[in-house]
Design a protein around this ligand. Structure first.
Ligand code: ASN
Length: 308
């Protein structure tokens, strides 16, 4: 006889159905906003020999295939830059697999498998993308508020609609004021989402563009949710010139051969661009006001555990 899963009862719960209704609405509202603004939706890349290296300690999900190796996508950043050779504005709902350490099991916001709405725009600046992000988020929150009233009432969630422009806080200011834990402190303190900008290059991956007039500072940004919900999205302008990309990869003590195919594209020419990726489950957690990100999914993968 099969053992009944300990979590069996969870699948009949009203709250799970309500979150899924809200997530369905979020996907629809964000996708339609982008389609109506001239974006092409591309298919997600699930396996690739090269993917986002990520600057924090995250294990690789890798497997052998004939005489090579594939990895599961950690983010589609490299593919997004290449996709702009075909179309000027692209987005995708991208499943990401990040083998996060067990220490992150109880943060309430980390998953080993999640989906991000990942977008990229040719010739865009950080300011263009910040503006796009604000319009996308405001539109999406308004749509959810309009069409998911019953669900929001169920979660006793009085969702605020923020006004653009959102506050911008420089990384160095935040760090000097609150130290390492600045993100948690500021996220707790604020009532509306805000941007964290000008992140130092050693804190981020090689593909975010260094400000030519301020070495060591990136033309990038994170959006942070208020009420302690933490990071919503990250993005920025991109390095697109071969020499700069190679220099940044080497500075981060990464192996150039791990990005061989991507570098071949950069050699032929990648367009300047900017973009971001916003986590769908984190957005749903914020919208519903949930403690635990696992409650936004039917089959959540929590760091350090194996689950169906
Ligand atoms: N999607 C993010 C970006 O566009 C990268 C990431 O998820 N690590 O910058």
């Amino acid at each position: 006889m099969f053992m009944k899963s300990l979590e069996y009862d969870r699948y009949g719960e009203e709250s799970l159905r309500k979150v899924l209704k809200i997530k369905t609405k979020l996907r629809q509202a964000m996708g339609n906003f982008l389609r109506n603004n001239g974006f092409l939706e591309i298919s997600p890349v699930i396996i690739s020999p090269e993917t986002d290296p990520l600057y924090h300690a995250t294990g690789k999900a890798e497997f052998d295939y004939y005489d090579g190796k594939y990895q599961l996508t950690r983010s589609m950043i490299l593919h997004k830059q290449i996709a702009l050779l075909t179309s000027d504005k692209i987005f995708t709902y991208s499943p990401n697999v990040r083998l996060e350490p067990v220490e992150l099991a109880d943060t309430g916001k980390h998953l080993v498998e999640f989906t991000q709405l990942d977008l990229e725009v040719k010739d865009a600046t950080r300011e263009d993308i910040i503006d796009l992000g604000e319009r996308l988020l405001i539109h999406t929150l308004k749509e959810v508020k309009k069409d998911c009233k019953e669900e929001l009432d169920y979660f006793k969630r009085d969702l605020r609609i923020p006004e653009a422009p959102f506050q911008r806080i420089k990384y160095h200011h935040a760090y000097n004021q609150y130290g390492r834990i600045f993100e948690e402190v500021l996220s707790q303190e604020k009532e509306d989402p805000f941007w964290l900008i000008d992140i130092p290059s050693e804190e981020r991956e090689f593909y975010d563009r260094e400000d030519p007039s301020r070495p060591g500072i990136l033309r990038d940004m994170d959006l942070i949710y208020p009420e302690g919900f933490g990071e919503a999205l990250s993005g920025g302008e991109r390095e697109h010139e071969l020499d700069r990309i190679k220099q940044r990869i080497t500075q981060q003590e990464l192996d150039l051969t791990n990005f061989k195919n991507y570098l071949e594209f950069a050699e032929k020419g990648l367009p300047p661009s900017a973009g971001f990726g916003i986590g769908l489950e984190r957005l749903a957690r914020y919208v519903c006001g949930l403690e635990e990100i696992k409650d936004t999914l039917l089959f959540p993968k929590i760091p350090g555990k194996i689950r169906l």
